[in-house]
Design a protein around this ligand. Structure first.
Ligand code: LLP
Length: 450
């Protein structure tokens, strides 16, 4: 029963990104079932999943077609290895990924989570430069407010102090470029995306020019900096970044772990912006949110730099045990089939328009300072004072309180500081999206006032 499950959880589990002194003993729901856009707990309570199981879920929970693909695969082969062997699912999926990826990305390197997908990209870019005979190109451009995962390498290219500052002595140094955080921009007076002169881009260009001879790569979350607070990039920004990377001979590593697989309304954010990165990291939505799977895609140019006789030691010496796991790949193949058979991207159009309208509407509330929107992603930044943009002190945990309030309306949400995140399964219905936005609005009003 629920009490026993909660006791075992409290007694034995250590939860991620969680202050356990607040967790233990609290009445946390124990999720036992999933159904479409809903999660269901051991007492039968239903929660509309507003954050798509930490930004992963695409077609809803317990989607029949994916469940069946997994069951079928389990009965055939659960795992072998890609170290010295291949398997049918991994090969089929690699082909499908290349078919849908921005043109020019033609090789797929698997791993099993977003952090490793990025870290592989970083190692690839570094070794590429070495093997191009450019041993001076060892450094990376990273961004303020960036988040690429929690392993030491992916933290190194991150830029969120509350997560990363503690580990600073462990991390490799990077060259830090400004975030596109218009609402709190320190580089331009307007602090308004509509009147943005992209000063941040000028600063990036200055840094790249200054450091070009020592730069191996640039690591960026295209379209939206997720964990940084759903910070949206201005129109045209990514294309300029691509141009700068070309001009200064810097490999562009695009982290599409959060925005890939339809989240921006296009299959990939880079394709939407009309660019191809040199390296692209994918995870989360790749398996429709079902199983740990990740892929790092790259171009012929990068791949060829690793080609040679064994004794030249140009091999990419990297590989995780569960690389190319056939069950995860089978789920990913079923995921891609559903994108087509359900016309998922087409069906997003009205949902994206509705989400945009509802987010704009929230600006009428006195403590909503900024709303940010890209595809099926929304960020609602709550502020103590709208005029001065003075934030709520983080200790007040206004975001957490709004999300707990939302439970009363049958929603599961998880904030990023004072930013309320909207990130539902892409399959959410219009009715459910309305329920989600109504509940968010009511919860913001209940905690911050009208
Ligand atoms: N890259 C991006 C753009 C991501 O958003 C994430 C995870 C990763 C990489 C790492 O993927 P992983 O290794 O976890 O599979 N800490 C925040 C939210 C983290 C969001 C997860 N994103 C929180 O406490 O809510």
């Amino acid at each position: 029963d629920t009490a026993t499950l909660r006791k075992y959880d409290s007694d034995y589990l250590w939860h991620p990104f969680t202050q356990m002194s607040e967790w233990e003993g609290a009445d946390n729901p124990v999720i036992t079932h999933g159904e479409g856009s809903y999660l269901i707990d051991s007492d039968g309570n239903r929660y509309l999943d507003g954050v798509a199981a930490l930004w992963t879920n695409v077609h809803g929970h317990c989607k029949k077609e994916i469940n069946e693909a997994i069951k079928e695969q389990v009965d055939r082969l659960e795992h072998s290895t890609l170290l010295g062997l291949t398997n049918d699912r991994a090969a089929l999926l690699a082909k499908r990924l290349v078919d849908i990826a921005p043109s020019g990305l033609c090789k797929v390197f698997y791993s099993d989570n977003g952090s490793t997908a990025v870290e592989i990209g970083v190692k690839m870019a570094f070794q590429y430069q070495m093997q191009q005979g450019k041993p001076g190109k060892t450094k990376f451009i990273a961004f303020d407010n960036a988040y690429h995962g929690d392993t030491v390498g992916s933290m190194s290219v991150g830029g969120i102090d509350i997560y990363h500052a503690t580990y600073k002595p462990l991390l490799f140094p990077t060259i830090k470029a400004p975030s596109t955080y218009c609402y709190r921009c320190s580089l331009c007076e307007a602090r308004d995306p509509k009147r943005c002169g992209m000063e941040c881009l000028k600063e990036l260009e200055r840094l790249m020019e200054e450091h070009a001879p020592e730069l191996a790569g640039l690591v960026i979350e295209p379209a939206v900096q997720g964990a940084g607070g759903m910070i949206v990039q201005p129109e045209g920004y990514l294309k300029k970044v691509r141009e700068l990377c070309d001009r200064y001979d810097v490999l562009m590593v695009a982290d599409e772990v959060a925005v890939g697989f339809g989240r921006t309304g296009a299959m990939f954010a880079c394709a939407k912006a009309g660019i191809t990165p040199d390296i692209m990291a994918l995870s989360k939505g790749i398996s429709a949110g079902y199983l740990p799977l990740a892929a790092t895609l790259t171009t012929r140019k990068v791949y060829d730099a690793f080609w040679g006789e064994y004794a030249e030691l140009k091999t990419f010496f990297h590989g995780h045990t569960f690389t190319g796991n056939p069950i995860a790949c089978a789920a990913a193949l079923a995921n891609l089939d559903l994108f087509e058979s359900e016309r998922l991207l087409e069906n997003l159009v009205p949902k994206i328009a509705y989400l945009k309208e509802r987010l704009q509407g929230l600006l009428a509330l006195p403590h909503v300072g900024d709303v940010r929107h890209e595809g099926m992603i929304g960020g609602i930044e709550l502020v103590r004072d709208r005029e001065s943009r003075d934030p709520y002190p983080w200790e007040e945990r206004v975001g957490v309180r709004v999300c707990l309030e939302a439970r009363k309306h049958g929603l599961f949400l998880r904030p990023l500081g004072n930013v309320i995140v909207v990130f539902p399964p892409l399959s959410i219905s219009m009715d459910e999206l309305k329920i989600l936005m109504d509940g968010i609005e009511k919860s913001i009003v209940a905690i911050t006032g009208e």
